[in-house]
Design a protein around this ligand. Structure first.
Ligand code: SAM
Length: 282
């Protein structure tokens, strides 16, 4: 009998991947963690039935959440990563020699345990000596911080369950406080194609705009995410992601990426009209 992983993307649309077998299923204090093996997408991590990572297309999300801010400010040394239990975001950050210290705050230790065992392709950097792991709620962690970080990356689940607090105005305000005077915040920003995702994206963008002088949205095409079109928020106290991008400087670093490049960096901020209209709506 064929086995399929199916996720409901809207009331009228669902997305399925043919599964070969299940490798893990853990009920943690926060969520259900499943790992599947598939021919089409390699290993797949889902949390509470929502797809987080597939081996085949994770590079797109992790390139875009990391290299856009890293190329905008070449002097990033200290980073706070919130969520990101699969390790893909940290793996990309570690490719920069300038990075000295990464605090990673993941609410669910079991996600990290499962990913270390079954997703070594993303979790490979979590033992690096520059990485400091904390298992607690990112919302609470950031409240205690002031002027410390060059960059905060919010690689969270969606705005319900444990991730809900990471989309609040209180959280964005505390991120502003936790950043130094040139600090950048990048967060996974949902999508707008399906109405239920659009509502949370618009709300999050509005809240970020109220906290930061520079607040933009950029996009990537991720085949396994709802609608295949995903957004990221870029907020900053000083840096503009296009005006301050020095393409030559980033290219000289010689970092080989599968999705990101500096042409795409600029293009990613050129949003389709229906997305722009939704952002301007607020
Ligand atoms: N890169 C993937 C993606 O595109 O969605 C995966 C995201 S990563 C697995 C999301 C992580 O955020 C989860 O492991 C979840 O436990 C964590 N998380 C959710 N809410 C959190 C919170 N309040 N504080 C810290 N981590 C949180």
């Amino acid at each position: 009998m064929d086995l399929w992983y199916t996720e409901q993307h809207s009331k009228y649309a669902q997305f399925s991947i043919k599964i070969d077998r299940q490798l893990a299923s853990v009920k943690s204090d926060f969520q259900r963690i499943d790992v599947f093996e598939s021919k089409g997408f390699g290993r797949i991590l889902t949390l509470d039935g929502y797809l987080m990572v597939t081996e085949k297309d994770e590079f797109i999300y992790h390139d875009m959440i990391t290299h856009i801010p890293m190329a905008t400010n070449p002097n990033i040394r200290k980073v706070l990563v919130i969520g990101a239990g699969d390790g893909g975001t940290v793996r990309e950050l570690l490719r920069y020699e300038t990075i000295e210290h990464i605090d990673m705050v993941e609410i669910d230790e079991d996600v990290v345990k499962v990913c270390k065992e079954f997703l070594p392709f993303t979790a490979c950097g979590l033992e690096d000596e520059r990485v400091h792991l904390y298992f607690e709620d990112g919302l609470k962690f950031v409240r205690r911080k002031e002027g410390e970080y060059d960059l905060i990356l919010v690689d969270s689940t969606d705005p319900f369950g444990p991730g809900e607090g990471l989309f609040t105005k209180e959280f964005y305000g505390n991120c502003y406080k936790a950043l130094n005077e040139t600090g950048i915040l990048v967060n996974q920003h949902e999508s707008v194609y399906y109405e239920s995702y659009a509502v949370s994206m618009k709300r999050a963008h509005q809240r970020i705009k109220e906290c930061f002088p520079i607040a933009k949205v950029y996009q990537a095409h991720i085949p396994t995410y709802p609608s295949g079109h995903w957004l990221f928020g870029f907020a900053s106290k000083k840096y503009d992601p296009i005006q301050d991008l020095d393409t030559g400087r980033w290219n000289e670093l010689g970092i080989k990426t599968k999705y990101y490049n500096t042409d795409l960096h600029i293009g990613a901020f050129a949003l389709p009209n229906y997305v722009k209209e939704q952002l301007e709506d607020e």
